[in-house]
Design a protein around this ligand. Sequence first.
Ligand SMILES: CC(C)(COP(=O)(O)OP(=O)(O)OC[C@H]1O[C@@H](n2cnc3c(N)ncnc32)[C@H](O)[C@@H]1OP(=O)(O)O)[C@@H](O)C(=O)NCCC(=O)NCCS
Length: 152
Amino acid sequence: MTRDSEPDIVRKPNLDPVVAPQAQLPEDHELVLKLTPMPADANANGDIFGGWVMAQVDVAGSILPARYAQGRMATVAVNQFVFKQPVRVGDLLSFYAKMVRFGRTSMTVNVGVYAERIRRQGRYIKVTEATLTYVAIDDKGRPRPLPRTPET
Ligand SMILES: CC(C)(COP(=O)(O)OP(=O)(O)OC[C@H]1O[C@@H](n2cnc3c(N)ncnc32)[C@H](O)[C@@H]1OP(=O)(O)O)[C@@H](O)C(=O)NCCC(=O)NCCS
C-alpha cells in the first residue's frame, strides 16, 4: 500500500528514446513470432521484466524444433541468454530463429529478438540473443529419438 507521503515505487512506462545501434535483420534466421509487451509486463524501472522476455523467447525458440519433434518436447537448457538493450512498453518485437544443432533426442536453436520502438517503426534494435535446447519426450516424459532431422 502506498501512502501519499511515500514515493511511488512503480514508475510509469519508460517511453524515453534509447540510443541503441540499428540492426540488420538476420537473413539466415526465420521470423517465428511477433508481439508487443503491455504495461502489465513492466518492471519497477518502467522497462519490460526480463522474465517476461525469457518466457516469449522460450515460446519462439520452440517453433522450429516442434517441426522436427512431431510430438511432445521440453526445454532442457537455456545455454545462453543476453539482454543487449531494454525492451519498452509498446515496442513491436520480432523473434527470429535458426536451428543450430540436431542430436539424437535434442535440438538447439538460436533466437534473436529485434525491437521497433513505438515511434520508430521500421528501425530495428537487437534487444536479446539466446540459445536454447529442446528434447523430444515420450508420454512418460522420457527422451525419445527425433523422428525427423533435415536429412530424413
Ligand atoms: C528434458 C528431460 C526429459 C531430459 O532428460 P535427461 O534424463 O536429462 O535426458 P538425457 O540425459 O538422456 O539427455 C537427453 C538429451 O538432452 C541433452 N541435454 C541434457 N542436458 C542438457 C543440457 N544441460 N544442455 C544441453 N543439452 C542437454 C542431452 O545431450 C541429450 O541430447 P541427445 O540425445 O541429442 O544427445 C528432463 O531433463 C526433464 O524432464 N527436464 C525438465 C523439462 C522441463 O520441465 N522444462 C520446462 C522448464 S520449466
